[in-house]
Design a protein around this ligand. Structure first.
Ligand SMILES: Nc1ncnc2c1ncn2[C@@H]1O[C@H](COP(=O)(O)OP(=O)(O)OP(=O)(O)O)[C@@H](O)[C@H]1O
Ligand SMILES: [Mg+2]
Length: 251
């Protein structure tokens, strides 16, 4: 069976620094995979490589068997890869609805919603996909409010809604729980689980270990740009190389 996402021998250098060092990893259809590692391990860089925001120095990336590492971010997004950013990219002076519809514009989605909407006109499809995404994150009632008026926690869902408006097959989330309290993090865990159950494949970067270990089927660990572990949560938790990577930077 071919992987949904396949990262093959990928390297990214920034001058003399090798941020991603010969990483090979994959994600199957409908898998929920965590990507963890100490600060500066290369997690966001790997996301930027997958989504086309950063070019590779070496290696190749395939999505559904198609090579994507030379495509533009917009094209990768429209093939079905939705992403969020570690630093929220919300337009504060735009409405919640407009923030999300930015994600749906031009979308030739490949998931369930797009298939249902295919026969309708583009404007209608954008509006339907936007509402579907707002519904999915529970922001329907705030659709006409300015994004600036949302709480920080709600803004995180807004950013996820924008990625969902593309009706992606693969969702990559960069630290969605950062800045959330325990209750909000628990709510987010339930939400990510629901998205996964609904059919999405998900790659999750998170510092909150409890969150990652409780919802992910498999965890990939990066340290200094190298993949040092790739196994189910229970195995990764007990892996001496992982413990050392974390202890090494926390002291
Ligand atoms: N555009 C860039 N130019 C130069 N160096 C960069 C660039 N982007 C990332 N780096 C470097 O690459 C390394 C990996 O950074 P990256 O942001 O991918 O780490 P991370 O695992 O996401 O860390 P964090 O947990 O802090 O978000 C770091 O040393 C960082 O300084
Ligand atoms: Mg990061």
């Amino acid at each position: 069976m071919t992987a949904l996402l396949s990262i093959e021998g990928v390297t990214r250098r920034f001058g003399g620094l090798t941020a991603i060092d010969d990483v090979t990893a994959s994600l199957r259809h409908h898998e929920l995979v965590g990507l963890i590692g100490p600060n500066g391990a290369g997690k966001t860089t790997l996301f930027n490589l997958i989504s086309g925001f950063t070019p590779l120095s070496a290696g190749a990336i395939y999505f559904k068997g198609r090579r994507i590492d030379r495509l533009k971010p917009f094209d990768i997004a429209h093939l079905g890869v939705g992403r969020t950013f570690q630093n929220l990219r919300i337009f504060p002076n735009m409405s919640v609805f407009d923030n999300v519809s930015v994600g749906a514009i031009g979308a030739q989605g490949v998931g369930v919603v797009s298939t249902l909407l295919r026969r309708r006109g583009p404007a209608e499809a954008i509006s339907e996909q936007t509402w579907a995404a707002l519904r999915a994150v529970g922001l329907e009632a705030q659709a006409t409010e300015l994004a600036a008026n949302l709480s920080y926690g709600r803004r995180k869902y807004l950013e996820i809604a924008r990625a969902l408006a593309l009706d992606p097959e693969l969702l990559i989330l960069d630290e969605p729980a950062a800045g959330l309290n325990d209750t909000e993090t628990q709510g987010l865990a339930d939400f990510i689980r629901r998205l996964h159950k609904g059919g999405l494949s998900i790659l999750l970067v998170e510092h909150d270990m409890k969150l990652v270990m409780s919802i992910c089927q498999r965890v990939v660990v990066l340290a200094s740009g190298r993949k040092i572990a790739d196994a189910p949560p229970a195995v990764v938790k007990a892996d001496p190389a992982v413990l050392e990577a974390y202890l090494g930077v926390e002291t």
